[in-house]
Structure formats: structure tokens, C-alpha cells
Design a protein. Sequence first.
Length: 230
Amino acid sequence: MDIETLAKRYTGSRAKRYEEQRVGSAKWKREQGTVETMLARLERGAKVLDVPVGTGRFIESYKRFELRATGVDASSDMLEEARKKASALDCDIALEQGSIFGLDFEDGCFDAVVCTRFLNWVAGEELAVAIGELARVTREHLIIGVREFVPLRDMAVYTPAGCVRLARQCLARLRGSGEAGLAVHRRHLLGSLFGRFRLDVAEAQRVEARVDGTEYVVYLLRRRPERGGA
């Protein structure tokens, strides 16, 4: 899905109610806790980019961990909600409208980049471009949340539950996407893209497992230095 379509998707009441409709779910709570645990490992004063920042769900965490945050989103309405939250929390965060496919920042100018609940909106070359941009602007860490197909070897297909998951995953693969047009990615494809952009998996935390043979995973990635670098 192109960035303009996505920006139009989250406007008006949908932007205002975005967090309200999700904050009570088990997935949201586990994802929040996992990302916060990873953020807590950063040095105080580290520069963090949050893209897409949405309504600013992590703004309070950035303030608590004394991180210098910048948020980017394609939707002006979502940014307005983030500004309201930042004001209410008295948090100094730079909020800008922009595209994940062409971030207006220099290479390696952030210590960490956070990207949750976006990468399943894109596939193919768009996915590669997005991950490439995230990797380009981070100096060291990248925290991403993404839904992926569970590899066959990990599905315990010899059990009744495993057989059900396999059957439902096959249907999802045939459809090519999940609910509401969201793309579910293959783990080996993500691994290939991580390698392509010199990203190593430091940690992977499963946030949600579904009976359709998919999992939502939060990755902590580290960027490898360029050859000849420190």
C-alpha cells in the first residue's frame, strides 16, 4: 500500500481513536513492554527516531528514559494527536511529516530507530526500501515489530494444533495477505533483507502467536559497521 493511501487511512476519528481502540489488548501491552525493555538499554541522551510515530504511543517512554526523540509520520492527523500527547506530558520531541521511503536525515544520525506496526503494510521492493531507509539513518540499533509466517520446522505439525495452524497458514499464503490487506512476511525473506542492509538480530521477542500460523515479533537489530569502520 502506498504511503499516501496509508496517510489518508489514518485521519479524523480514526486517528483520534487509534490508541483507545488498541491500548487494552494483550498484544498492545506485550508489545509496549517489549519495546520499552529494549529502549531502557540505550544510553541516556541517545537520539531515537520513531517512524511512523503515529499518535506517539512511546513518547512517555522516551521521556522516562531521557532519550532525545524525533517522530515522523505521513498522516498530519496522527501527528496532531502525537503533539497533544507530547504537550500533556511536557515532553520535548521533534515531530515532522514525512515518508519512511525517503527519510530526510543524514546517514547514521540516530543511535536507534523504532518502527512498529508498519512493515506489514508493504511488501516486495517497498519493504526493502523501508528497511533500507531505517538501516541507513541508524548508527547502531533498530527496533522493529512485524508479523511473519512461522517456518514449517517450528510448527509441530505432528500435533492436532500444529496441523490446524499449518492448514490455516497455507490458506493465508494462498491469499497473499492477512486481514485488511496486511501482508504477512516470510521469516527467511526478512532475514535476507536484514543481511542485505548489514543488520544482525540481537534479540527476537514473540509478542503474539495466532492459530493461522503467524507470529508478531519485535526484533532488536544491530547495524554492522562498514568494512574498515570501527
